[in-house]
Design a protein around this ligand. Structure first.
Ligand code: DX5
Ligand code: ZN
Length: 234
């Protein structure tokens, strides 16, 4: 099997599922993360918020370092919702992150930061918020390993999916190489996952729909199999 830490840059024949630890029980975080991997998760999604780019404060490199030590083979997908992502590249690389995504709304000319992330041995992602026009990221698609289409306005877990972003997603999907990921994040659950996958996403993030579920394995399977259900409904 390929190194799980290279997961995001490999080709896949099934959608990948990344639980966001934002809805985990922080008092039992190590246990919670081990449990979602046992239940079939492909990567862990770490939502880093600085209280400035978004109105919430969450986690930083120290937490990433502890998760890396506890889960040496895990793919750690870090989503930076911060005003100055450049300042966090080295700290997260040193903390064992595999992947760093930052926002076009924070860095309007993003190519050199993608290079800086790769120079530190990580893969690089570019995120776009719901109100931001596709034109803002179009020139940069080929410079990134992953494009993240936000399906809520970032800041909090448990918000409702914004279906209008699917149009942007459909426009991006055919322009990506097979090794580039198209990730969606926010409000993804058993009712919305199918539409994301049909629009071309191959990596789904979910916080509440997984950590809020009784059985993590059922929750992950339902998200991954959503497109098959949609096909059967045709
Ligand atoms: C939103 C974060 C998401 C969030 C998803 O600001 O980037 O990753 O945790 O939470 P759910 O899946 O509950 O919408
Ligand atoms: Zn996120």
């Amino acid at each position: 099997m390929a190194d799980p830490r290279q997961l995001l840059v490999s080709e896949h024949d099934r959608p990948l599922i990344a639980p966001s630890i934002l809805a985990a029980d922080f008092a039992r975080l190590g246990e919670e993360c081990a449990a979602v991997f046992r239940a079939g998760a492909d990567a862990l999604h770490l939502d880093v918020m600085d209280g400035h780019f978004v109105p919430n404060l969450t986690m930083g490199p120290d937490l990433c370092r502890c998760l890396r030590a506890a889960l040496p083979d895990a793919c750690l997908d870090v989503h930076l919702m911060v005003t100055d992502p450049a300042g966090y590249v080295k700290p997260f690389a040193d903390a064992g992150a595999n992947h760093l995504t930052f926002h076009i709304e924070a860095v309007p000319a993003p190519e050199s930061l993608a290079e800086a992330i790769r120079a530190e041995g990580m893969t690089a992602g570019l995120a776009i918020n719901p109100p931001t026009d596709l034109a803002a990221i179009e020139p940069y698609l080929r410079h990134f390993d992953l494009i993240l289409v936000m399906s809520v306005n970032p800041g909090f877990a448990g918000q409702s999916f914004i279906p209008e972003v699917l149009e942007k997603t459909r426009a991006i999907a055919p322009r990506l190489r097979p090794t580039q990921r198209l990730e969606m994040d926010g409000g993804i659950n058993s009712r919305t996952a199918g539409a994301c996958l049909e629009a071309g996403c191959d990596l789904l993030v979910a916080a509440s729909a997984i950590f809020g579920a009784e059985a993590y394995d059922d929750a992950i399977r339902i998200l991954r199999e959503a497109p098959d259900d949609a096909r059967r409904a045709d």
